[in-house]
Design a protein around this ligand. Sequence first.
Ligand SMILES: Cc1cc2nc3c(=O)[nH]c(=O)nc-3n(C[C@H](O)[C@H](O)[C@H](O)COP(=O)(O)OP(=O)(O)OC[C@H]3O[C@@H](n4cnc5c(N)ncnc54)[C@H](O)[C@@H]3O)c2cc1C
Length: 449
Amino acid sequence: MAASTFKVIVVGGGPVGLVAAHALTKAGIDFTLLERRPHVVIDAGSNLVLTPVGIPALGQLNLRAPLDAVSSPLGRIDRMDHEGNDLGDVQLFSMMKELIGIAPRVISRHDLTRVLYDTLPSEAQKKIFGNKKLSDITSTPTGVIATCADGTSYEGSLVVGTDGAHSLVRDIMRKLALQNGPSEQVNAEHPFLTTYRCLWLRFQRPANVPEGVTCETHGPGLATQLFTGEDSAVAAIYETMEKPTTERPRYTRADQDALIERWGHIPIIAGEGKLTLREAYNSRQESGLVSLEEGVAEHWSWNGRVVLAGDSAHKFTPSTGAGCNHGILDIAALVQQLNAICSKAPNASPSREAIDSALQAYQEKRRNTIVAECDRSSKATAAATWQNGVFKFVDKYVMPRNAVTRFFIGQAAKGAARNPSPNFNFGSSEVQLGKKEAWTASPVMVRAH
Ligand SMILES: Cc1cc2nc3c(=O)[nH]c(=O)nc-3n(C[C@H](O)[C@H](O)[C@H](O)COP(=O)(O)OP(=O)(O)OC[C@H]3O[C@@H](n4cnc5c(N)ncnc54)[C@H](O)[C@@H]3O)c2cc1C
């Protein structure tokens, strides 16, 4: 059981922040979660694929059954080029099921956040506050004060920034480091680089296309990924930008229309359910155009007072479905460290030095894996958008060879079995994952969604 005086302020109630609420509750660590939107359950955004990276950890939080009830398993990936020519299918998902024991599942952001919120004990739900936009963090001799735009402030021992890719917590951490900390703890002002923009669309699943279908269209400058769920279909369209940027471009509805003007003729479902991007766009229920930042922050914490997790610490292209799944594992590793130091001093708050060491250990445990996974994701997007002749060759001729997929998944499973995976089982009640479920980072060169 954790120290009663240690308190975490979680900033950001996206999927990773909500998983933090579960993990902290499970570890008996007090927390307050501040979310700038009115509520943490959101009915917006693209769908997500939960992969064997994140699913076992969610299972340890007893979330697997409620998430399974509102998500769909994925079958094979059908692939074609911009002209609709078959590029060969990839049996990635069924092989994951066969070799690892877990099949990836697609879920809407609404259902994911709803399940994560609804399954929290009511006492934990009362610690979550909407309409609380963080504006500043002050470090004090005993902890931190998080101030919100509405003038309210919250005291705690540590701020956990789960406030996404454009993290204010990360910016404040940088400011604090520049003001007070040793220079080597200062992150770059813009740690992420954007090479692609992504249009995502949600529309009614076409009646002649079954649930659980994954279709991808690959070719120079643009790739699409489409998943069908029970009622809806969601497509993500990755477009190579004219020039990579570290700035944050803002997009309007006119930018979405312009992208459709450029690429509307591209097929996103082949064969019987044939559908072009323009047809899907015209029948959309919801859409958005976002930058796909990529990168890993150099420093994930500052001085035992502030720490980053999820997209605030690292941002992947979504091609391998890794961002959120790895954010979940960040929380597992972080809360394990916090639980360990709290358990050593059950009636007092751990010292700043002890918290700082725990945060360093957390980064050490996660960062190398994340750098490798970010690179893998980047290569997957580069291959799908045929960034050069080598990527095009691999995408057209190597990827469809299921023996290759099988080899990489097999290697990944073996590697994962050798490494102890971070998990949410704290203290003496620790439960070991089954061999097939002992899946950490996936050294898979292929697309996971
Ligand atoms: C098109 C697309 C498809 C994707 N597909 C997948 C996939 O299949 N699988 C996968 O694992 N990942 C996927 N991702 C990535 C995934 O969406 C992110 O990794 C995930 O959402 C990160 O969660 P997070 O909680 O860290 O950040 P976010 O989801 O960005 O949540 C951050 C939260 O912080 C809040 N916030 C921000 N600033 C403040 C502030 N100042 N004060 C208070 N609150 C604040 C925001 O309102 C938000 O609720 C995809 C991404 C995109 C764009």
